[in-house]
Write a protein of this length. Structure first.
Length: 336
């Protein structure tokens, strides 16, 4: 027996052992050089040991169960024929964690059931919302005639809206896509730009071109723009128009004035869908000019069939540092 003054360490807790039937899927689950496992270990403070077709999870009880839920969710995703990328793993880890003692599969707290998965098919790729807020937003884009997406940069507000617009266009639900944003400089005076009108406004519209290029082949996109079945134009060009049978997106709506917002919203015609996206923390309007986005929130929140969807730093799908940067600025604003 040990001396009375010697303290013995408690025995290590039993690991959770997961066994996966398909070794090929297990390879994808672990990632290149086990990168996915390393990301889960770092985020949840666990150790994952791989032996054959088994993964053993070591750590405290809650962390082990959370890692188990994440691994089961990712494996079920692979079984359904979808990919698991580092971005998917990182996004899943940032989503709401399961409660201790639960073992959610794909239908659990971390993921929607495979049969109800929201996937947006475009000409070049399938787009899938990753977070709960993004899923609710995409559902609203399909269900409601007027949808607002409000939140910080990198949360997929514009990207998902353009993807849904392309999906509806190629499905024949709308005849054209109209993308607009206010031509407001982000705190810099750029002076007079050379060229014709298109040359002058295209720099402001470039983010919309970037999204379209992700979803449509280059030649097809150029043809659709030439035929004016896809239009990209500054907000000021919308005055006097009635936009019927169209999918219409107003991006960077926080930089629209109250009068511009009213003008734009009243362009909605029969058979059209309208999406308004913006970030209330990035207003570039002159001092003292109120944002039309804030007025729209205040005035339209109670009107049926108008959907307001809000995003936070948890929904950022760019580099993980973007979420940390947004949280740092939010914390500083709150303490000011």
């Amino acid at each position: 027996m040990p001396p009375s003054d010697q303290i013995t360490a408690p025995p290590p807790a039993d690991p959770i052992v997961l066994e996966f039937a398909d070794n090929r899927l297990l390879i994808d689950l672990c990632g290149a050089y086990d990168a996915h496992l390393a990301a889960i270990e770092k985020a949840l403070m666990v150790q994952i040991i791989r032996r054959g077709n088994q993964l053993s999870i070591l750590g405290d009880t809650d962390s082990k169960q959370q890692a188990e839920a994440v691994l089961n969710t990712l494996y079920a995703r692979l079984e359904s024929g979808r990919l698991v990328t580092p971005a998917e793993v990182e996004s899943l880890l940032r989503m709401e964690r399961p409660k201790p003692g639960t073992r959610p599969q794909v239908g659990g707290q971390l993921e929607m059931p495979v049969g109800d998965t929201l996937e947006i098919q475009t000409r070049k790729k399938r787009v899938e919302p990753r977070t709960d807020a993004q899923k609710a937003y995409v559902k609203a884009l399909f269900d409601d005639e007027l949808t607002f997406g409000i939140g910080p940069a990198g949360t997929g507000k514009t990207y998902l809206a353009v993807a849904v617009g392309i999906n509806m266009f190629i499905g024949g639900h709308v005849d054209k896509i109209i993308l607009s944003r206010p031509a407001v400089e982000a705190g810099e005076k750029l002076g007079y730009l050379p060229g014709d009108m298109k040359d002058k406004v295209d720099p402001y519209m470039q983010p919309l071109y970037d999204a379209l290029n992700d979803f449509l082949p280059g030649k097809q996109l150029a043809k659709l723009i030439e035929e004016k079945r896809i239009e990209i134009a500054p907000l000021a060009f919308m005055r006097g128009r009635t936009l019927s049978n169209a999918f219409v997106v107003l991006d960077e709506a926080q930089n629209a004035t109250s009068m511009q917002m009213k003008m734009f919203l009243t362009r909605l015609g029969k058979g059209s869908r309208m999406v308004i996206t913006g970030d209330r923390t990035q207003i570039d309007l002159p001092r003292g000019v109120p944002s039309g986005l804030a007025d729209a929130e205040r005035l339209l929140a109670q009107i049926p069939k108008i959907s307001f969807n809000y995003f936070t730093s948890k929904d950022v799908v760019r580099h993980p540092l973007v979420a940390a940067i947004i949280e740092a600025y939010e914390a500083d604003t709150g303490s000011a």
